[in-house]
Design a protein around this ligand. Structure first.
Ligand SMILES: Cc1cc2nc3c(=O)[nH]c(=O)nc-3n(C[C@H](O)[C@H](O)[C@H](O)COP(=O)(O)O)c2cc1C
Length: 171
């Protein structure tokens, strides 16, 4: 290991290590009058039960950043294996085009994916800038959950069924 924190080798080691961290895939969305915005994210975490809260880390260069910074509410949609079409269209399209597939409804002014594994509508409680990203902390105001969904997982630059992770790791 190098002692120089900004050595390019550190970044490469971080990238390589993070590729092998299996991550749940989320569609983070927000809205403002007549507009819907969303990106795929994996930098999402539950924060606390008291109050029920989540955090999402959004790159300031992302199209979602400005609308999210202005919005009072946002939605964290946990994608299931059955939502692969959402992951694909969010990667392929931009803006409103990202909402062309899937059954999207509106709750508290934000787009909610009807058949997501779970959806958490949050009111933004705090924002913290770090490096290239803003961490948005949201307090939960509404939640929906389906018992019958399996998570869509991002691992080694692919979407996988989590049961396949040990197989890929042993290559
Ligand atoms: C699997 C996956 C996970 C991602 N996770 C994040 C994330 O946690 N935060 C983030 O800001 N961007 C994340 N991105 C990138 C955004 O989804 C998006 O592609 C990027 O911000 C450019 O979006 P834009 O075209 O809307 O500006 C991720 C992309 C993929 C494919």
């Amino acid at each position: 290991m190098s002692d120089t924190p900004d050595h390019p080798a550190i970044l490469e080691a971080f990238r390589a290590a993070m590729r092998h961290v299996a991550a749940t895939v989320y569609a983070v969305t927000t809205g403002r009058v007549g507009e819907r915005h969303g990106i795929l994210a994996t930098a999402v975490s539950s924060l606390s039960f008291d109050p029920p809260s989540l955090l999402v880390c959004i790159n300031r260069s992302a199209s979602l950043h400005e609308p999210l910074a202005c919005a009072e509410t946002f939605c964290v949609n946990v994608l299931g294996l059955g939502n692969r079409d959402i992951a694909e269209i969010f990667t392929r399209e931009r803006g409103e085009g990202r909402f062309a597939v899937g059954e999207w409804s509106e709750a508290h002014g934000v787009p909610v994916l009807a058949n997501a594994q779970s959806s958490f509508v949050c009111r933004t409680a705090h924002r913290h800038e770090f490096g290239t990203h803003t961490i948005f902390i949201g307090e939960l105001i509404d939640a929906r959950h389906r018992e019958d969904a399996a998570p869509l997982t991002y691992y080694d630059r692919h979407y996988i069924d989590i049961s396949a992770a040990p197989e890929r790791a042993s290559r």
